[in-house]
Design a protein around this ligand. Structure first.
Ligand code: UD1
Ligand code: CA
Length: 466
């Protein structure tokens, strides 16, 4: 029998102490709500309904590409009130209705299907809920069982007495209900410590009606941890990261001090890639076979070809390194930076929207923006492409095997020919033809004996100073 899933995501998330709705806090770069929604879609659900309220437009926006239905809760008056909002879409649905909080991001499709399976096992009647047994049950609703071991009720922490608080079996917040839930929701009261309509209170209604309530221990409790505050959010992110790192290490990636490495699920890594301590990999990044990313480098939306190397403390965003290219230490590659085979960019070199041909060397302290640098060209220390005239950006084109002397400024638009030579310290404002030397700087004057003559002219002042 097919099930439907309702994800409650209308709450404010007061405990996050944030202007951002709780379910939009990112986990590994992606809004939390996307995780349970993806699990719900993968669980074989016939319909997935997301209940929105606080920050509704933003939550809808974060899910715009996924095939889900939305229900509006309006004012968030509690989890039972939230589920009620989904009634309009699901009251006629004939099958188990699985409900969970949008703040339960680690849940797997199989675990989501588990309460529905339990419900079907009891003839599709009544309800089922997944429970967890935690060392520290703080914040969760406690599961109270009778002498016969059956569930009697769930009591929220705020309403629990000291003895009840000692119970370590808690409500995971993942349930499956039959159609009667819609009627029961209208009978609940909000006379409790939070002044809210509690969804777990429907347990009593089912029991009063003599219907079965199954409380099934969750197959993997870690999957059902909730993210109510920043500390829990960090724990969940740590679990996701750990899974991700293990997966990549099993597929042949070398990680030094893996617990210091951050990477997002969108990143792709080839076998024998090496990640040094403190590396951060984000977005659509791909690291090729045998490529190395040096310690404390941040690489976002970049493609590093097999055998290329990013040396420590480099920051790359939207860059591409071909085989054998090297960047860093302390390189800054911005969007559109392309290092072709064997090109090298060293410390304190910034590259933006620029293609460095094969074997180009820019060892130190340069800015190459909106530029094309031909194969084998040497870019001296301190070379700057002056690409911006205050209004617009202009291109610099440098031919193959050219030599750009230290501290030269190439005022764009400008073209430097093949094998041309720009003398150090030049400010180049006009094109330089192939094979030419360009010198554009004050001519050096040498005044022989000038220092000694000066000494003879001012002997007294010199003595007083010393
Ligand atoms: C809830 C359960 C608790 C369980 C825990 C498991 C209740 C009353 N308590 O507590 O028994 O142990 O989950 O994680 O249900 N929401 C709405 N509208 C509202 C209120 C909440 O959509 O009016 C949404 C929230 O956005 C959240 C989810 O429901 O995604 C759960 O709400 P939350 O306040 O986090 O409940 P807990 O206190 O964690
Ligand atoms: Ca919660």
């Amino acid at each position: 029998m097919k099930h439907a899933v309702v994800i409650l995501a209308a709450g404010k998330g007061t405990r996050m102490k944030s202007a951002r709705p709780k379910v939009l806090h990112p986990l590994l770069g992606e809004p939390m709500i996307r995780y349970p929604v993806r699990a719900a879609l993968a669980s074989g659900a016939e319909r997935v309904v997301v209940v929105v309220g606080h920050g509704a437009d933003e939550v809808r926006g974060a899910l715009a590409d996924l095939p889900v239905l939305f229900a509006e809760q309006g004012e968030p008056l509690g989890t039972a009130h939230a589920l009620r909002a989904a009634g309009g879409v699901l009251e006629t649905f004939d099958g188990p209705v699985v409900v969970l909080g949008g703040d339960t991001p680690l849940v797997s499709p199989a675990t989501l299907a588990a309460p529905a399976t339990a419900l079907v096992a009891q003839g599709g009647e009544g309800m089922a809920l997944l429970t967890l047994t935690l060392e520290d049950p703080t914040g969760y609703g406690r599961v109270l069982r009778g002498a016969d071991g059956r569930v009697r009720a769930i009591v929220e922490e705020k309403d629990a007495g000291p003895e009840e608080r000692g119970v370590r079996e808690v409500n995971s917040g993942v349930y499956a209900f039959d159609r009667r839930v819609w009627g029961f929701l209208d009978t609940l009261s909000n006379q409790n410590a939070a002044g809210e309509y509690y969804l777990p209170d429907v347990v009593r209604r089912y029991l009063e009606a003599g219907l079965p309530v199954a409380a099934v221990p969750a197959p993997d409790p870690a999957e059902l941890l909730g993210a109510n505050d920043r500390a829990q959010l960090a724990v969940l992110e740590g679990i996701l990261l750990d899974r991700l790192r293990r997966r990549w290490m099993r597929s042949g990636v070398r990680m030094h001090l893996p617990e210091t490495i951050y990477l997002e699920p969108s990143v792709r890594l080839a076998p024998d890639a090496v990640l040094e301590p403190g590396v951060v990999l984000k977005g659509a990044t791909e690291i090729g076979e045998g490529a190395r990313i040096g310690a404390y480098s941040v690489v976002a939306d970049s493609v590093i070809a097999p055998g290329a190397e990013v040396r420590p403390h480099s920051v790359l965003e939207g860059a591409r390194l071909a085989a054998g290219a090297v960047a860093g230490p302390f390189a800054r590659l911005r969007p559109g930076a392309v290092l072709e085979e064997g090109a090298f960019v060293g410390n304190f070199v910034e590259v933006k929207k620029a293609r460095l041909g094969p074997g180009v060397k820019a060892g130190h302290l340069a800015y190459l923006g909106d530029a094309e640098v031909g194969e084998g060209t040497n870019v001296g220390a301190g070379v700057i492409t002056a690409n911006y005239d205050g209004e617009r950006k202009h291109r610099t084109v440098v031919g193959r095997r050219a030599f750009l002397g230290s501290n030269s400024v190439l005022v764009a638009p400008v073209t430097i020919g093949e094998e041309a030579f720009v003398a150090g310290g030049s400010t180049i404002t006009k094109d330089v033809p192939d094979g030419a030397l360009a010198i554009a700087r004050g001519r050096q004057k040498v005044l022989e004996g000038w220092v000694w003559r000066r000494r003879r002219e001012y002997p007294k002042e010199r003595e007083e100073r010393s």
